[in-house]
Design a protein around this ligand. Structure first.
Ligand code: SAM
Length: 225
């Protein structure tokens, strides 16, 4: 069974179990229409100003970056696609556009306003308010294996052992060979090469603000002894 990662920082906004599902009555501001791009951008900016270290960007991922990230996920694979730090759903929308059914998506986000928006925007997805560093509590309850983990977390804001721990744990949950996809604003891979991993750069989106690189980590194929 996977071991629980140490949470880098306790968050008082995340109640009791810290991976509490927020009830719709608490979280969803009921509107007839899902939020449009302007409202999403405004909400994202507000989140970034309130919480610069965790949101780590003033703009959501551009469409081309989101598509580049989603392209790393095989829509025909079986199982759950886990998204960590979905924000206002730029990458989630690209995953759905690529053909990943909403029912296959589990999103873990710690900003409550983003969670409310995600639930409005993607009613078929399972949106969890909580920390990605406590995702084991969510993964343990899944009845299907993980086909991909897609992370928009600002990994460079965490220390190297936390970054490596998150990737190692995610790879232990994934179907062998399935991808852990990470977007990063740095030039180097956000986690050092480890024995048992393969790291691949899946391209740079220069048009994103700021330019971003997509990295893919996967477990090395096992050799016969
Ligand atoms: C750079 S934004 C990326 C948002 C989105 N994926 C996109 O591409 O537009 C980082 C996101 O990670 C979320 N986040 C940061 N730390 C988190 C954590 N420990 N658990 C879950 N989400 C977290 C932030 O709230 C924010 O939504």
């Amino acid at each position: 069974m996977a071991t629980r990662l140490a949470s880098p920082r306790a968050d008082p906004r995340i109640a009791r179990s810290r991976l509490d599902m927020v009830t719709r009555a608490e979280a969803v501001d009921k509107r007839a229409e899902p939020p449009g791009p302007l409202r999403r951008s405004a909400l994202f900016l507000r989140g970034a100003l309130a919480n610069p270290r965790e949101v780590a960007s003033v703009f959501p991922s551009s469409r081309s970056l989101a598509r580049r990230i989603a392209a790393q996920v095989d829509p025909n694979s079986e199982g759950v696609v886990l998204e960590l730090g979905p924000g206002t759903g730029a990458v989630t929308a690209a995953l759905i556009e690529r053909g990943v059914a909403g029912q296959r998506l589990v999103l873990i986000e710690r900003e409550i306003q983003f969670v409310a928006l995600l639930r409005e925007r993607f009613p078929n997805a399972n949106v969890v308010l909580g920390s990605a560093f406590e995702a084991d509590a969510v993964v343990e309850k899944l009845d299907r294996p993980l086909a991909a983990v897609v992370s928009g977390l600002p990994l460079l804001n965490f220390d190297p052992s936390t970054r490596n721990g998150l990737i190692a744990q995610s790879l232990s949950w994934l179907i062998p060979g399935a991808p852990f996809v990470q977007v990063s604003f740095g030039w180097k891979p956000p986690a050092e090469k480890q024995h048992g991993w393969v790291t691949r750069r899946a391209g740079i989106s220069w048009g994103n603000m700021p330019p971003a690189t997509v990295w893919v980590y996967s477990a090395s194929p096992k050799r016969d002894e």
